[in-house]
Design a protein around this ligand. Structure first.
Ligand SMILES: [Zn+2]
Length: 132
């Protein structure tokens, strides 16, 4: 079924902290209150005061506080997230320049490699987090 009126992709929703309504984009929302507790993960509920939709924000554990309130971060997980961001940015750049190179080719070359061009286009959309 096609999703209608989806304003934010997953990455966009996460980047703004999960507080903007992923359906209508409103910032007039309420979040909080753990709905479920799983090892290493937590889901809290979001509710839009404008369109009335609800959603769940999924959190992964990033660290813990000890009895002296000292933070012990899971730096490995953060390093991995940082590394994946860099990999994704490099892939995006490579795919974009590939597509640009194809677009500069003669029509006959484009026709001959139509499948490859389409694959590149769809990989680019996926790397950007667009729904394909
Ligand atoms: Zn909304």
């Amino acid at each position: 079924m096609p999703q209608e009126n989806v304003w934010a992709t997953g990455p966009e929703h996460c980047e703004n902290g999960g507080t903007t309504c992923p359906y209508c984009g409103s910032k007039n929302t309420e979040t909080g209150g753990s709905e479920g507790n799983y090892p290493g993960q937590l889901i809290d509920g979001g509710h839009c005061l404008d369109c009335g939709k609800t959603w769940g924000n999924l959190y992964n554990i990033a660290g813990w506080y000890d009895e002296e309130d000292k933070l012990h971060e899971d730096t490995e997980q953060m390093d991995e997230a940082e590394r994946l961001k860099e990999v994704n940015a490099a892939l995006l750049e490579a795919l974009e320049s590939n597509l640009q190179a194809w677009e500069g080719e003669e029509d006959s070359v484009k026709e001959e490699h139509a499948d490859l061009i389409e694959e590149t286009r769809s990989a680019l959309a996926k790397a950007r987090g667009e729904v394909v």
